[in-house]
Design a binder for this molecule. Structure first.
Ligand code: SF4
Length: 256
């Protein structure tokens, strides 16, 4: 039977009273960093947000943010969600990159009960939202429980739903602060940073995969296509549910 999206953990029912101080904090941080660079944003976040973690997919562009962070601190916990549906190349890249950057606080998390939730591994075909919820969202939220905030690699140019992204925001339904140091970067900025710092790219980028998720839900992109066109191709799905907008799942142009 298809699964429903699971209930959010208790910390994801924050009240307005819980969130108000965080909103004020975020407004101050955004004002302070208005004209600053990604490393400056990250440095301030590390200094001001207790129990901060970085969440990385070790995907096509991840190396830039991981490198900036490693230049500031290698002690910050880096959370990697293994959906157990990833490309073998991603797992190898994750291992090699963590070693090269000296990320010594890596936390690899995965769903413990996936054999019950998706016994034959076909849930991505029948109910991709439930599959993402079980394989990505639930393990990530469990790992984030008790943290003060998390750093993401999201950028404004990536989609309409990210077009207004700020450096700092309060995560929907929680008191956690999300930090988006690369919010204003363009695709070329990412490429330039990677080249200038001679960082290794995910090997599938050269094979036409500018955005890389799980193997069954990621395809190569043709010249001129949107960078995320290969994610959940031919479906309405645009996001895995890790990043909700106003607490809602995003589909193509529709908030559900
Ligand atoms: Fe499942 Fe696909 Fe989501 Fe991966 S991206 S968790 S395989 S639906």
């Amino acid at each position: 039977m298809p699964l429903d999206i699971p209930e959010y953990p208790k910390d994801q029912h924050a009240t307005l009273a819980d969130v108000t101080p965080q909103l004020a904090h975020v407004a101050r941080l955004n004002a302070q960093m208005k004209h600053h660079s990604a490393p400056d944003v990250l440095r301030l976040a590390v200094a001001e947000i207790p129990d901060l973690v970085l969440v990385s997919s070790f995907g096509a562009e991840s190396v830039a943010l991981l490198h900036i962070c490693a230049m500031i601190t290698r002690e910050i916990p880096v959370i990697f969600v293994n959906t157990q549906m990833l490309f073998a190349e991603t797992l190898v890249y994750q291992h090699e990159l963590a070693e090269r950057l000296g990320l010594n606080n890596l936390r690899i998390v995965e769903a413990q009960d996936i054999a019950q939730q998706d016994p034959d591994g076909t849930l991505h075909r029948t109910n991709p939202d439930a599959c993402c919820a079980a394989r990505k969202v639930a393990p990530l939220h469990a790992a984030l429980d008790g943290t003060g905030g998390w750093i993401t690699g999201r950028k404004r140019f990536q989609s309409k739903t990210r077009a207004q992204l700020s450096f700092f925001e309060v995560e929907a339904k929680t008191t956690r602060i999300k930090v988006n140091p690369l919010a204003h970067w363009q695709a070329q900025d990412v490429r330039d940073y990677i080249e200038e710092n001679r960082l290794p790219r995910h090997p599938m980028v050269a094979r036409g995969y500018p955005s890389i998720g799980c193997a069954p839900c990621t395809s190569a992109v043709s010249e001129g296509e949107d960078l995320r066109a290969g994610r959940w191709r031919a479906t309405q799905k645009e996001e895995c549910g890790i990043h909700l907008v106003d607490g809602k799942m995003i589909r193509a142009g529709v908030i559900t």
